[in-house]
Write a protein that binds this ligand. Sequence first.
Ligand code: AMP
Ligand code: MG
Length: 336
Amino acid sequence: MRTKRLSMADIPEAAALLRKGELVAFPTETVYGLGADACNADAVRAVFAAKGRPADNPLIVHIAETAQIGSVAREVPPIALRLAEAFWPGPLTMVLPKRDCIPEVTSGGLDTVGIRLPAHPAARTLIREAGCPVAAPSANRSGRPSPTTARHVLDDMDGRIAAVLDGGQCEVGVESTVICFDDPETIHVLRPGLICAEELLPYAGAVYVDPAVFEQAAPDAKVASPGMKYKHYAPRARILPVEADSFDGYAAYVRAHADAHTWCLLFDTDPEVPGIPCMRYGDDGARQAHDLFCRFRELDAAGAVTVYVRCPSSQGRSLGVYNRLMRAAGFEVIHL
Ligand code: AMP
Ligand code: MG
């Protein structure tokens, strides 16, 4: 079965496929999601199979209106409503106690569920027309970079899913910020995204960023979010982030270590590294988030074997990009 490529005019067809228990990839403002009816255990099992995703890694459930939150979560604390008011529709996922209508296969066996109201109009229309909450992890094969175009989805998923709804390139480019609540006033960041801790703080007593955002969780460690255990977002090429005070220091290090299959991933304002091919991925957190996964796929297509990456800041809105890069690199950084 080839995967159908649908356009925005075909949203009713995509919604009908979801209602029948089929899998449909669709654009969100973050990355492309691989959608299934979140309440249909067989459809959700098919998502795990199509991605090759470990069964204990829960799926985020997407809704079309804030008012739907109570049909998915059995308790919604006031802080969650304040955050929904401030950041939805948008790239923020909140983990809350789940209702029984969400099967355990969707929540990876947990009693909680991650909920998000996406901002992309096609995503919202699709969810509304499907008439059910839509479970959607990123629409890549497990471990690969998340897809930010319909082409990327087909590269990983052609023949494995019924359809992909083509809505062009995703605006944000990295996955949503995932949070849970340690107590009624404390936000715990499980996965950083474009919405950063500093932006969340005005709505909470405190914001705590999980240490697994910065360093590899041990394989047997008890982690707050199952996804933290798994290597993620990696191209085939070996990713080597380089933290250097200056471009000259970076360039000298790379020239001393390069071979014929080495590439550089640089900031837009960097000059060239003589003799070594390069790609660029922006200068600030938002631009870098937009481009990172796209560049990963392009570097693979170019035949890169090792890629020395100019390391982004780990502050504010850049933390999401920094975290994806660290995970692609197995949290190993070259400090000069
Ligand atoms: P993805 O579907 O690829 O965007 O990944 C979803 C991320 O959200 C993974 O890192 C999950 O571990 C995390 N997540 C989803 N639901 C929960 C939950 N109920 N509790 C903790 N983390 C969750
Ligand atoms: Mg993913």
